[in-house]
Design a protein around this ligand. Structure first.
Ligand code: FES
Length: 642
């Protein structure tokens, strides 16, 4: 298969001459939309080659939204996406919100002999198009897909059995996410004897160390395959005390042959290529596509008419906006945002599935619950899309796609479906007596392990703050972050640290007040246990942010992609050398703080009363902090951000 150059838009000479200086939004054939930037001076290159015009499809890289001009700034080269407000500068084809983030793929502008402009899209051959195979018959019982939990399924592919993303016990994101479904009770036996496991990315609802810890004790040699992302999926394995012996990192877009019938390849995500991956399996010429959490799997270029497709569906997998407060983040605003956001996501997911047009589709990778009582506010407000709502919408527009809502232990038989789509015996319910929903999560076991970090000796010495942020190496970014340790309910706590870090220079500084210069500012309240565990182990900040373990206010109200991406994906792989730090402190006879940790577990838990909303916590917290400068600063920030 060759690379193709497809002309996606042709303008006449008159239409070309009518292009205004600046951004032109143009509708093309088949509902295709384009953004064309025309500079004040057009330069002709050799042989009609154009230099100056820049053009792209009017499709937002995030979730396929459409760009429009900002009504308040019609002459700007910056467009705004109508879905979630990302901004694209068409003069540079660089996204400016999120700042310092993505580039838009460009079309090639060419002038024809008639003086008209045409836009050409270069379509590289897709890796699965190399060495294609004819689809052979699959017999009943030959290919079976059994759902376990969240993003974990077991697939029987002829003689081979494989698992995806086994999160089967314990929490994810420190203590923020818990399994909604009770996995089949023999999960460990089946996982330990499987032929191989695919792990899509390092987020802990996919790379679950509590699960791997049990697998490791049973069979540390199970082959595990991951994609070659820039931050290795297993970069923090040692910090978790697990050592799987048989991990293979695969290049993207290259078939991994398992046997004569079975091969698979890992593909990257168009929005988070450094993090997310997805999986394409070819069994006897039949494709199974698992797009997992990819926002824009393989940059939107996916095989069509696959046999099986599964993808995430639920939304609500981040702290935004439920963990934000101040300014526009009222309860009403959040409720409306969530409602409209979920509606957009529902349509986007439907669109992606319909484009791929699988024989069978099922939603997964969204079955979690904020089960811990201290996260009741999040659980009550962080509404998610129901799998049935997505399946219904797909069926409404594409009745030929067979949809399935999986339950633990339920399965389907692909051979039967391919023979007769209406064969009701192709789908099997969970075995009788199967427990579907979890109702016990053993909270204390996991929370106690997290909270043990609070009492690590390093926190006796306030110098740990400087040591950590120098290790972290985030720099040259005009951002000041104030970190406040709190109890589980985000209230002040005995022995806590409150500190400020200024990232503007080559090395971080630690001012006691916000600097006078214009700067970006984040104030983050963090549960003390998760905060100290994150600092101590050098692990990514997902546990804090995605795990709902902090509360954030920001001024101005901007998403700092560069900061969060660094803290969540790019931190140094080697953890901080705390032994050296302690030796230093001892050598210089540092005395440390007299009180540097809460004196008991009840204090860490905070009040047993679960607050109605974060606004009420904030008021209580701000009032109880009314001591000296700290309260004055907190209140000043609050007033300013409204
Ligand atoms: S910002 Fe464009 S689709 Fe989300």
């Amino acid at each position: 298969m060759q690379q193709e150059a497809i002309t996606v838009l042709r303008l006449t000479q008159k239409e070309t001459e009518d292009l205004k200086v600046g951004v032109n939004l143009v509708n093309g054939p088949s509902d295709k939309k384009f953004a064309i930037y025309r500079p004040a001076e057009l330069t002709d290159g050799e042989e009609g080659e154009n230099i100056g015009i820049r053009a792209c499809m009017n499709i937002c890289k995030h979730q396929g939204g459409t760009f429009i001009k900002d009504i308040e700034d019609l002459d700007s080269s910056v467009l705004r996406c109508t879905k979630h407000g990302w901004r694209l500068d068409c003069q540079t084809m660089q996204y400016v919100n999120p700042p310092n983030s993505f580039r838009q793929e460009e079309l090639i502008p060419e002038f024809g002999e008639d003086g008209g402009l045409k836009l050409v899209e270069l379509r590289p051959p897709q890796p699965w198009q190399q060495d294609p195979r004819n689809a052979l018959e699959i017999k009943p019982g030959e290919v079976e897909v059994t759902y376990f939990s969240h993003a974990c399924v077991e697939m029987k592919l002829g003689e081979v059995r494989m698992f995806t993303d086994p999160w089967l016990t314990g929490p994810a994101f420190a203590r923020g996410w818990w399994l909604l479904h009770e996995p089949p009770c023999d999960w460990l036996d089946r996982l330990a004897s499987t032929d191989f496991i695919y792990i899509s990315h390092l987020h802990s609802d996919h790379l679950s160390y509590p699960t791997l810890e049990q697998l490791y004790k049973r069979n540390p040699d199970v082959p595990i395959y991951v994609g070659d992302v820039s931050t290795p999926v297993f970069s923090k394995m040692e910090e978790h005390g697990v050592k799987m012996n048989n991990i293979t990192v695969l290049e993207f877009g290259v078939w991994k042959e398992i046997n004569a019938d079975l091969r698979f390849m890992i593909l990257m995500d168009g929005v988070h290529p450094e993090l997310d991956t997805c999986l394409l399996i070819d069994y006897k010429g039949h494709f199974i596509l698992d797009t997992v959490d990819c926002t824009n799997p393989n940059g939107g270029r996916l095989p069509h008419n696959v046999d099986v497709m599964m993808s995430d569906f639920a939304g609500g997998a981040a702290g935004f906006p439920m963990t934000f407060h101040g300014g526009k983040y009222t309860e009403d605003w959040k409720r409306n945002f969530i409602k409209s956001e979920r509606r957009k996501l529902l349509y986007y997911k439907t669109q992606v599935v319909r484009k791929v047009n699988p024989v069978v589709y099922f939603p997964f990778a969204g079955y979690f619950v904020e089960a811990h009582p201290s996260d009741k506010y999040i659980k009550d407000t962080n509404a998610k899309i129901s799998p049935n709502a997505l399946n219904d919408l797909i069926n409404k527009h594409s009745p030929d796609i067979k949809t399935w809502t999986p339950l633990p232990g339920s399965m389907f038989d692909l051979g039967k479906i391919l023979k007769d789509k209406d064969d009701i015996t192709a789908f099997r319910d969970p075995p009788p007596g199967t427990k579907i929903l979890k109702d016990d999560w053993d909270f204390d076991k996991y929370l106690d392990a997290i909270d043990a970090s609070i009492y690590n000796e390093i926190f006796a010495y306030p110098e740990w703050v400087e040591f950590y942020y120098k290790w972290c190496q985030f720099k040259n970014y005009n951002l000041v972050v104030k970190m406040i340790e709190t109890d589980d309910n985000f209230q002040p706590i005995e022995g806590a640290y409150t500190y400020m870090v200024d990232f503007v220079g080559e090395v971080p500084t630690f001012p006691s007040e916000r600097p006078d210069r214009t700067h970006n500012y984040l104030e983050i309240r963090n549960r003390i246990g998760v905060h100290r565990q994150t600092m101590l182990t050098g692990m990514f900040w997902d546990d804090l942010y995605i795990g709902f373990n902090n509360r954030i206010t920001r001024d101005p109200d901007t998403f700092h992609y560069q900061f969060w991406n660094y803290m969540q994906v790019l931190l140094p792989q080697e953890p901080p050398k705390w032994e050296e730090f302690l030796e230093e402190q001892r050598a210089k006879g540092a005395r440390g703080r007299s009180v540097w940790a809460p004196s008991n577990k009840a204090l860490i838990k905070g009040t047993t009363r679960v607050p109605q909303s974060y606004s009420s916590i904030l008021c209580t917290a701000a009032l109880s902090m009314a001591v000296g400068v700290a309260a004055a600063v907190a209140l000043r920030i609050l007033v300013r951000s409204r």
